[in-house]
Every structure is written in C-alpha cells, then in structure tokens.
Ligand binder design. Structure first.
Ligand code: ADP
Length: 142
C-alpha cells in the first residue's frame, strides 16, 4: 500500500487530467496524494525578452491564481481533504517534480505521457525526464 503519491498537474491542460483521475484513485487508497503545479518562470519569460522586477508578472498573484486552478482540478479526484495536499512552485517543471518527490518521500509518481493530440507513442519531455530520473516507480498514463 502506498503512503505517498505525487501527481504533477499541467494546469494549462485541464483535459489531460481526465485520464489520470482513475489511475490515481485506484492507487491512492489510504495514501497521501500530493498534487503539484509548476509555474515555469525564468526561461519562459526570458524568451519573451522580459527582465525581472517591474516587467515580471506579480509572483504571489500568479501563485494564488495557479493554486485556485489546481484546487479546482483536484476536486475531480475526490480525495478526502486530509489526504490531499497541493503544491505550487516556480521553476523548471521536471526538476521541481523530482525535487518534491524526494521531499515528500513519494513511493509512486503518476504522470500523463504527453499532451493530447500528439502521437500515442510519444513521451513528453517532462514525463520522460521524470521516468528517467525518479528514484521511485513512475506510472505513465496514456
Ligand atoms: P508535453 O511535452 O506533451 O507537454 P509533458 O511531458 O510536458 O508533455 O507533460 C506530461 C505531464 O508532465 C503532464 O501531464 C504533467 O503530469 C507533467 N507536467 C508537465 N508540465 C508540468 C507543470 N508545469 N507542472 C506540473 N506538471 C507538469
């Protein structure tokens, strides 16, 4: 029986979560489920030519909005309140997913293979990095 499960959620792809829900429910049982949304910051904004400070979107505002959205998405999973926890952090998604997996002692990571619409054999860049580097089993949902 798993005690701690990590479910990274791409909040910009709400549809993606649908396939993950039954898999998480099947494995969660009595486990604590950590839901994580990563806001990709520096490379993203840097690529738009934005610097920090005034040009940078308000961090805490963004984080609050992302938390709201993640909470909304998490409702679909029907995990009892005491057994689910949401996390919203900034950084490169794959690094932050691996980092939180260690921090919460995840025994399983449940991740969608890629965005819908792409070929079914494809493993997205975040998913493949997590599969490659995680220290616990990873369930890739297709
Ligand atoms: P694609 O390249 O098709 O977007 P990804 O590998 O990036 O595929 O995404 C697959 C899965 O990785 C998502 O369903 C989600 O579980 C996780 N993921 C991707 N980006 C993020 C993010 N910013 N925050 C949390 N999880 C993410």
């Amino acid at each position: 029986m798993y005690r701690s499960i990590l479910v990274p959620i791409d909040i910009s792809e709400a549809d993606l979560t649908r396939h993950v829900v039954p898999q998480v429910q099947a494995h969660a049982k009595t486990a604590k489920v950590h839901f994580l949304a990563v806001i990709p910051t520096v490379p993203f904004y840097a690529s738009l030519g934005l610097a920090y400070s005034s040009e940078f979107p308000d961090r805490s505002g963004l984080q609050a909005k992302a938390s709201e959205k993640l909470e909304e998405i998490v409702k679909q999973f029907n995990i009892p309140a005491g057994r689910s926890q949401i996390h919203v952090v900034y950084g490169p998604p794959k690094d932050q997913i691996l980092k939180l997996a260690e921090a919460v002692d995840a025994e399983l990571i449940v991740i969608a293979s890629h965005k819908p619409g792409f070929s079914t054999y494809l493993l997205g860049s975040t998913a493949s990095a997590v599969v490659r580097h995680a220290k616990c089993p990873v369930l890739v949902v297709r």
